[in-house]
Design a protein around this ligand. Structure first.
Ligand code: FAD
Ligand code: FMN
Length: 1211
C-alpha cells in the first residue's frame, strides 16, 4: 500500500507545516517515546535515553487499550545486524523530524561495504536456515574476492529479493508492513522497461487486486552512473504557480513540474495533468515519457449522501507508486526503485485533499457549518465527509483502498507477529498513527520502539538537485518519447535481450508421481509457463526444500497413492512442509489444550489421515483443535481475532491472519487421483491446505483431476486458468509470448515431421535399456518355480512365483518388488500390423525428437534422443516400454483421427475427443486397449515413431515380497492375484492384466527384470516382543508370509535379543475354503508357535455364514484392544484400499467398545497409532474388485464432473 512505503513520500508536506499529530506524543499521560525518561522510569530498568544502548535491555511496550505489554528485544541486535542511529540526542527526542538520518550520499568504502554485506548475509542465511554453513562461509569469501577485484560486488537474485522484503519489514514509518513477505520484486537492467512493465502494466489493471511490487534498477557504482527515477511517484498530478501566486493543480508537485517543463514537457496546464515519467539511466541525462491518460485509473470523487460533492470536481489516481527512494542492502545502494501498493483512504482524504498546503478543500466542503469558530468543529466534520467520499468512490469503482481503522488493526496484528517471530518491530509512532481520528484507532494506544535497521528504504536528495548534466545544465532539454514509441523500443530491446527480460519471474513447478502422469502434466505446465516465466520443473524428491520460502510462484502437480498418501517421491517434501507447519503451530502455542496435553499430531498422522473420515473433515478437526486451544490459551488471541473480524477493509483481510513462512509464495495445486478411492486426491488436498496454512497465497482454487472422469480435460482447463491468473497477478503483458503460450495450450507439439526412429548409435542390453528408461537399478532374476495357490478358475487365480537372482538381495519383509512386464504378444502384433514408417520391426533403432533452441544467431533445430524410450527394436519398444493397454488418451486419439483414411472413422474419434463425457463413458465401458481401438477404425495407419512418442510409458507393477531374505538371501517370492475381467459390464471381451498375466506365463529359467522398493512404513518392529495383528485377505496375505518366515528364522537363529517373541494374529479372508492361501504353511507356523492365531473368514462357502476379515476383528476385539492399548502392539493391513478403509472403521468400533472410548477418543487413538508408527497399511490399489468399485464410483464421478464443469463455467 502506499501507506506502506509510499506514505513516506505523500506525507512529506504535512510534517513540515506541523499537523498536530505530534500531540500524540503523550498517551494517557504517559510519554510514548520508548527512549524517553518516563518509560525508563516505568520500566525500572534505568534505560538511558541514549539511542545507542550500551547494554541493550528489553524495552517494555504497553498497549494502553487492552493493558497488554510486550518487550522489544530486536533493537538489541542493532550491533549485530546493520543499523543506523536516530537523530535524537541523550536529551532531545527528535522523533518528529522529517528526515530519516540515513547518512551519506557518497559511495561507501570497500571495508564498509563488506561489513554491511556480512551483516546482511547473516540475516539472509539465517532466513533460509543455513547460517554458518559452508554455503554461508563460501558466499562471504566470494564477496570478499569480488570486492577486492572490482571494488564492488553483486547480490544474487534471491538475496536481493530477500533484502527488498526485509527493507520493507524494517520501514519503521510504514503501517502496512503486514504484507512485507508478499512484496513482488522485479529486477531490471533497462530503465525504459519501468514504463510499461511491470509497474506501468499495473497502471492498467492491478488496481482491483494489487500486490505490493517493487522494481529495482542496478546498484550505484561510483556515484556518477546512478539509475534514478526523477518522478517522486510514477503517477502524479502537476502543479503550476499562477500569476497571482496561487497554485493550479497539486502544490506538492510544483517544483517537479518545473523540472519537467525544463526538460521540454508541454504542460496542458489544467488542474489534473498527469506528469510525465522522468528517468535517467547510468548517470546519463534524463528522458521523459508521457503517460497516456487512458491507462491511468482515476477515481472521480462523489459522496454517498451529498450530491454537491461531485461538483467539487475532485479525482485521484488509484495506484500510489513511490519512485524516489533508494534501497540500501548489503552495503550496496540501489538508487532507482519504484514500488506500488494501494492507498490508505486518509492519504488522499486528509493529506492530499485537506492539508492546507495541498488542495485544501476543507473550506469548500464546509457544509453550511459555522466556520467562524473552531468550536463548531466544522473542519473535523468536513474532513470526515471528505474521507467518506474517498472511500465510497474507490469502493464504487472497485479500486482497492484500505481505511485507517483496518490498516491500524492490521498493524497491531503485524506487531504481534513480529514480536513472536523477531522479538520486536521498529515503529515510528508519529508516522504510524493515522492523520484523523487518531485515538479511535488501536495504534494510537500502542507504545512503539523506534530504531533503524538495514536493509532499508531511505530518502535521497531529489535527482534534479544532484544530477551532473552531460549536456549544458542551463538548457537541460531532452528528447520526448511517446508511450507507443517506448512500447516499440521495449519490444525491440526485449527481443535483443532474448527471453531474459520477460522471464524474470521464477515459476517453480513441483510434481510427485507414482505412475508418471503428474510428471507428464508438470512438464506440459513447464512448457506453458516457459513462455512467460522462468519456469523450472522438479520432482519433489529432487527439490531443495529449504528454498521454498524464497519461491515466488509455486505450482504443485501431484497424485495420491496408497491410501491417501503421497507418492514415494513426494514423501520427504510433504514431511518437511508438515514439519514446518507443526513448528509454526507449536511456536504459536497452539498445540496445548486446556488440559495441557499435546493436541497437534505429527506430520505422519497428518498425511495418513484417519481413513474413517474424509480428509477435509480430518484436517478441519486438526485445525479446530488448534483453534480451540488458541481460544483457551490466550485472551490476547481472542482480542486479535475480534479486531480482525471487525475489519471491514476492502483489502483481503485473510492476508492479515495468514502471515507465515510462505507468505511470499503464490501457489496453486493440481491434484491427480481417482474418485474410486475414499481419500480422493488426499495428498494434493493436504498440500493445498498446508501451503495456505504456512501463509502461502493461493492463486487459484485447488483443482482435482479424476482418473475416472475427465482428468485430462480438468488439467487442460486448470493449466489455462492458472497461466492466466499468474500472468495477471505478476502483471505480465498480454504480449506475444503470452499469446504463444495460450496457443500452445492443448496443442500436440509432436508431429510426424518432428519425431522419427533413427539408426541406434549403439546397442544396449535389455537390462541397460530398462535401467535407462525407468531410471532404476534393475536385478535380473530367473524363475525357479511358478505355481497356482489353492483352487483356481480361468478368471480367478492366485499364483506363487519364486525368482532367483545371482547375487544376494537386500530387502526386509514388507518391502515391494517392482516387476518390469511385457505386453501380451497378441496385442503387440495387432498394433504393429497397423503402423507405418518401419520396414523392420526387429532392427535396433532410437526414437528421436526434433528440438528447437534459441541461440544468439537464431533458432536452431536438432534431433535429440527421446528421454524415456531407449535404443531397442520397434517390437521391443511396443512390448516393454509403451503402455498399449490403458485406453488411449484424447491426445493419442487426436493423432489417430488424423491417421484415418476413412472420414467416418476419423469423425468417430473426433466425437470422442470433443465430448469429454462421451470419451469418459467410452473409456469406462469398453476399456479398450490400443488393438481394440484399431479394430474400431480399420483405416487408421499411424506412424510408428509419433505414436510411440505419444503413448505413455509402460509402468512397472509392484508386488509385496512374500519371502524373507534371512531364509532366502537371493530369492524373491511373490503372491499374485491374476487379473482377468470382461469389459462392458462383464459382457464384452476378456482383458488380461498386463503384469499378473505376464508373471503367470513365466516358465522356470525365464528371465524377469525387477527392482526392490523399500517400504519402511510396513516393516516389522525392531522389538520382537510386541504383539502383531496382521490383516490381509486374498493376495493381501503376500507380505505376511514374509513376516512369518522371517520370525521363524529369527527364532531359529536365536536373534531375538533373548526376548520372548510377542504374539502374532493373522486374519485372512477368501471366498471358499479351497482358496485358503498357504493353508498348510500357516498350520505349521501355528503349530511351531510362530503364529499365535491364524483366523479365516469365508465369504461364499456353502453352509458357512458369510464373513469378512472385519468380522474377525470383532471376534478378537478384547484381545486386539489389549494388544494395542496395553502391550504396544502393531497393526498391519494389506490389500485393496476399500477393504483397508472398512478395516480401519471396524478397528475404531472395536476400540470404542472395548476401551470404552468416545468417538473422538477412538479417532485420536488411531491417529496416535499412526504417529507412533504402529498402524501400517500396504495398499494395492483397486485391482480385483475393480469392476464392482468402478460401477459404484462412475456415478459419483459423473456427478463430480458436472459440478466441476459448473464451477469452471461460473468462474
Ligand atoms: C504397493 C503395492 C503392492 C502390491 N502388492 C501386490 C501383491 O502382493 N499381489 C498382487 O496380486 N497384487 C499386488 N499389487 C497390485 C499389482 O501391482 C498390480 O496392480 C496387479 O497385479 C494388476 O496389474 P496388472 O498389470 O496385472 O493389471 P493391469 O494391466 O494394470 O490391469 C489392472 C487394471 O485393469 C482395470 N481393470 C481391472 N479389472 C477390471 C474390471 N473388472 N473392469 C474394468 N477394468 C478393470 C483397472 O483399471 C485396473 O487398474 C500391489 C500394488 C501395489 C501398489
Ligand atoms: C496403489 C494405488 C493407490 C492409489 N490411491 C489413491 C488414493 O488414495 N486416492 C486417490 O485419489 N487416488 C489414488 N490412486 C489413483 C492415482 O492417484 C491416479 O491413478 C493418478 O492419476 C496417478 O497419477 P501419477 O501417475 O502421477 O502417480 C491410487 C492409485 C494406485 C495405483
Amino acid at each position: 500500500m502506499e501507506a506502506d512505503l509510499g506514505k513516506m513520500e505523500t506525507d512529506f508536506g504535512k510534517i513540515e507545516m506541523g499537523d498536530g499529530r505530534n500531540s500524540g506524543h503523550s498517551i494517557n499521560g504517559h510519554a510514548v517515546c520508548p527512549f524517553s525518561g518516563k518509560i525508563a522510569v516505568e520500566n525500572h530498568k534505568q534505560v538511558k535515553p541514549n539511542l545507542k544502548l550500551k547494554v541493550p535491555q528489553p524495552i517494555r511496550l504497553k498497549n494502553h487499550l487492552v493493558s497488554e505489554e510486550n518487550y522489544d528485544v530486536l533493537h538489541s541486535q542493532i550491533e549485530e545486524v546493520s543499523s543506523f542511529n536516530t537523530k535524537c540526542t541523550e536529551k532531545v527526542c527528535q522523533n518528529s523530524i522529517m528526515d530519516i538520518p540515513s547518512g551519506e550520499d557518497t559511495p561507501r568504502k570497500v571495508e564498509e561495504v563488506y561489513k554491511e554485506a556480512q551483516a546482511f548475509l547473516k540475516q539472509y542465511f539465517s532466513s533460509i536456515r543455513r547460517e554458518n554453513t559452508d554455503a554461508h562461509v563460501s558466499r562471504l569469501q566470494e564477496i570478499e574476492r569480488e570486492l577486492k577485484e572490482k571494488g564492488t560486488y553483486q547480490l544474487k537474485t534471491p538475496e536481493l529479493v530477500f533484502g527488498a522484503k526485509l527493507a520493507w519489514r524494517n520501514a519503521s514509518r510504514c503501517i502496512g508492513r503486514i504484507q512485507w513477505k508478499k512484496l513482488q520484486v522485479f529486477l531490471t537492467n533497462n530503465i525504459r522497461i519501468v514504463q510499461i512493465s511491470p509497474d506501468a502494466k499495473a497502471f492498467g489493471y492491478s488496481y482491483r487486486f494489487p500486490r505490493s511490487a517493487i522494481t529495482i534498477f542496478p546498484q550505484r557504482t561510483d556515484g556518477k552512473h546512478d539509475y534514478r527515477i526523477w518522478s517522486p511517484q510514477l503517477i502524479s498530478y502537476a502543479g503550476y504557480i499562477e500569476p497571482d501566486g496561487s497554485v493550479l493543480g497539486d502544490p506538492a508537485r510544483v517544483e517537479f513540474t518545473e523540472v519537467c517543463i525544463k526538460l521540454g514537457w508541454k504542460p496542458p496546464r489544467t488542474a489534473w495533468d498527469i506528469l510525465p515519467l522522468v528517468v535517467s539511466a547510468d548517470g546519463k541525462d534524463p528522458e521523459y515519457f508521457d503517460i497516456p491518460r487512458e491507462i491511468v485509473m482515476e477515481v472521480k470523487m462523489e459522496h454517498p449522501k451529498f450530491e454537491w460533492f461531485k461538483e467539487l470536481g475532485l479525482q485521484w489516481y488509484g495506484l500510489p507508486a513511490v519512485s524516489n527512494m533508494r534501497l540500501d542492502c548489503g552495503g550496496l545502494v540501489f538508487t532507482g526503485t519504484a514500488f506500488n501498493g494501494w492507498y490508505m483512504g486518509t492519504e488522499i482524504g486528509c493529506r492530499n485533499f485537506c492539508d492546507s498546503n495541498r488542495l485544501n478543500i476543507v473550506e469548500q466542503a464546509k457544509m453550511g457549518l459555522d466556520t467562524n469558530s473552531y468550536v463548531s468543529l466544522w473542519k473535523d466534520k468536513a474532513l470526515v465527509e471528505v474521507n467518506i467520499a474517498v472511500l465510497h468512490s474507490f469502493h464504487r469503482d472497485n479500486v482497492s483502498v484500505v481505511d485507517h481503522h483496518s490498516a491500524s488493526e492490521q498493524f497491531i496484528k503485524h506487531l504481534d507477529n513480529e514480536n513472536k517471530s523477531r522479538g520486536g518491530c521498529p515503529s515510528d509512532w508519529v508516522w504510524i498513527v493515522p492523520p484523523m481520528s487518531s485515538s479511535l484507532t488501536s495504534v494510537f494506544h500502542q507504545e512503539m520502539a523506534l530504531y533503524y535497521l538495514r536493509p532499508s528504504y531511505d530518502y535521497q536528495e531529489a535527482a534534479w538537485k544532484t544530477h551532473q548534466w552531460i549536456k549544458s545544465e542551463d538548457k537541460p532539454r531532452t528528447r520526448k518519447f511517446h508511450f507507443k514509441q517506448i512500447a516499440r523500443a521495449v519490444k525491440f530491446t526485449s527481443k535483443l535481450f532474448g527471453q531474459a527480460l520477460s522471464k524474470r519471474i521464477k515459476a517453480t513447478i513441483l510434481y510427485a508421481t507414482e505412475t508418471g502422469k503428474s510428471e507428464q502434466y508438470a512438464k506440459e505446465l513447464g512448457n506453458i509457463f516457459g513462455h512467460a516465466f522462468n519456469a523450472q520443473v522438479h520432482c519433489m524428491s529432487e527439490y531443495d526444500v529449504f528454498s521454498i520460502e524464497h519461491e515466488t510462484l509455486l505450482l504443485i502437480v501431484t497424485s495420491t497413492f496408497g491410501n491417501g498418501e503421497p507418492p514415494a517421491n513426494g514423501e520427504d517434501f510433504a514431511k518437511h512442509l508438515l514439519q514446518m507447519l507443526y513448528n509454526e503451530k507449536r511456536n504459536q502455542g497452539d498445540q496445548v489444550d486446556s488440559a495441557g496435553t499435546c493436541k497437534v499430531h505429527t506430520p505422519k498422522s497428518l498425511i495418513r489421515t484417519n481413513s474413517a473420515m474424509t480428509p477435509s473433515i480430518e484436517y478441519k478437526k486438526q485445525l479446530s483443535r488448534m483453534e480451540s486451544s488458541k481460544n483457551q490459551n490466550t485472551v490476547d488471541y481472542k482480542r486479535q481475532l475480534s479486531r480482525l473480524e471487525s475489519n471491514k477493509s476492502s483489502i483481503a483481510t485473510s492476508t492479515a491472519e495468514n502471515i507465515g513462512p510462505l507468505s511470499n509464495v503464490c501457489y496453486a495445486v493440481f491434484a491427480l487421483g481417482s474418485s474410486v478411492y475414499p481419500k480422493y486426491c488426499n495428498f494434493g488436498k493436504t498440500m493445498d491446505r498446508v501451503l495456505e496454512d504456512l501463509g502461502g497465497e493461493r492463486l487459484l482454487e485447488l483443482t482435482c483431476g479424476d482418473e475416472m472422469c475427465g482428468q485430462e480435460q480438468q488439467f487442460r482447463n486448470w493449466s489455462s486458468n492458472i497461466f492466466q491468473v499468474a500472468c495477471e497477478s505478476f502483471c505480465l503483458e498480454e504480449n506475444e509470448m503470452v499469446q504463444n503460450a495460450k496457443k500452445s495450450l492443448g496443442m500436440i507439439p509432436l508431429t510426424e515431421e518432428t519425431v522419427r526412429f533413427n539408426r541406434a548409435e549403439k546397442e544396449l542390453s535389455l537390462k541397460a535399456s530398462l535401467e535407462q528408461s525407468y531410471r532404476k537399478q534393475t536385478i535380473t532374476c530367473k524363475v525357479k518355480e511358478n505355481k497356482h495357490l489353492g483352487e483356481y478358475t480361468n478368471d480367478r487365480a492366485t499364483i506363487f512365483v519364486d525368482m532367483e537372482s545371482n547375487t544376494d538381495l537386500k530387502y526386509d519383509p514388507g518391502d515391494h518388488v517392482g516387476v518390469m512386464a511385457c505386453n501380451r504378444s497378441e496385442i503387440v502384433e495387432a498394433v504393429l500390423k497397423r503402423l507405418k514408417g518401419v520396414d523392420n520391426f526387429d532392427r535396433t533403432v532410437q526414437l528421436q525428437v526434433m528440438k528447437e533452441k534459441l541461440t544468439p544467431t537464431g533458432t536452431v533445430k536438432s534431433w535429440e534422443r527421446h528421454e524415456r524410450i531407449p535404443a531397442a527394436t520397434v517390437r521391443e519398444v511396443y512390448t516393454r516400454f509403451l503402455d498399449i493397454t490403458t485406453p488411449p488418451s484424447t491426445k493419442v486419439l487426436k493423432y489417430l483421427a488424423t491417421a484415418c483414411n476413412d472420414e467416418n472413422e476419423a469423425n468417430y474419434l473426433k466425437e470422442l475427443i470433443e465430448d469429454s463425457n462421451k470419451y469418459d463413458d467410452w473409456r469406462h465401458h469398453y476399456y479398450p486397449h490400443l488393438a481394440e481401438v484399431f479394430s474400431q477404425v480399420p483405416s487408421c495407419r499411424p506412424q510408428a515413431s509419433l505414436l510411440a512418442a505419444l503413448l505413455p510409458p509402460l509402468q512397472p507393477r509392484f508386488y509385496s515380497i512374500s519371502s524373507s531374505s534371512l531364509v532366502h538371501p537371493n530369492r524373491i517370492h511373490v503372491t499374485v492375484a491374476v487379473v482377468v475381467y470382461k469389459t462392458q459390464n462383464g459382457e464384452g471381451s476378456t482383458h488380461y492384466g498386463v503384469c499378473s498375466t505376464y508373471l503367470q506365463s513365466l516358465k522356470p529359467d525365464d528371465d524377469v527384470y525387477v527392482f526392490i522398493r523399500r517400504a519402511p512404513n510396513f516393516h516389522m518392529p525392531q522389538d520382537i516382543s510386541v504383539p502383531l495383528i496382521l490383516v490381509g485377505p486374498g493376495s493381501g496375505i503376500a507380505p505376511f508370509r514374509g513376516f512369518w518366515h522371517h520370525r521363524r528364522r529369527q527364532i531359529i537363529n536365536n536373534s531375538t535379543n533373548s526376548k520372548k517373541p510377542g504374539p502374532i494374529y493373522l486374519l485372512f479372508g477368501c471366498r471358499y475354503k479351497e482358496m485358503d492361501l498357504y493353508k498348510d504353511e500357516k498350520k505349521q507356523a501355528v503349530a511351531e508357535g510362530v503364529l499365535t492365531k491364524s483366523l479365516l473368514a469365508l465369504s461364499r462357502e456353502k453352509g458357512v455364514s458369510k464373513k469378512h476379515v472385519q468380522a474377525l476383528l470383532e471376534d478378537e476385539g478384547p484381545n486386539i484392544t489389549r494388544m494395542l492399548l496395553d502391550e504396544g502392539g502393531h497393526f498391519y493391513v494389506c490389500g485393496d484400499c476399500k477393504m483397508a478403509e472398512e478395516v480401519q472403521q471396524k478397528l475404531k468400533d472395536v476400540i470404542k467398545r472395548h476401551a470404552r472410548y468416545s468417538d473422538e477418543e477412538a479417532d485420536d487413538f488411531i491417529l496416535y497409532l499412526m504417529d507412533e508408527n504402529r498402524y501400517h497399511e500396504d495398499i494395492f490399489g483397486i485391482t480385483l474388485r475393480t469392476s464392482i468399485v468402478h460401477k459404484a464410483s462412475r456415478e459419483t464421478a459423473k456427478r463430480t464432473r458436472l459440478e466441476s464443469i459448473q464451477s469452471i463455467t461460473s468462474s
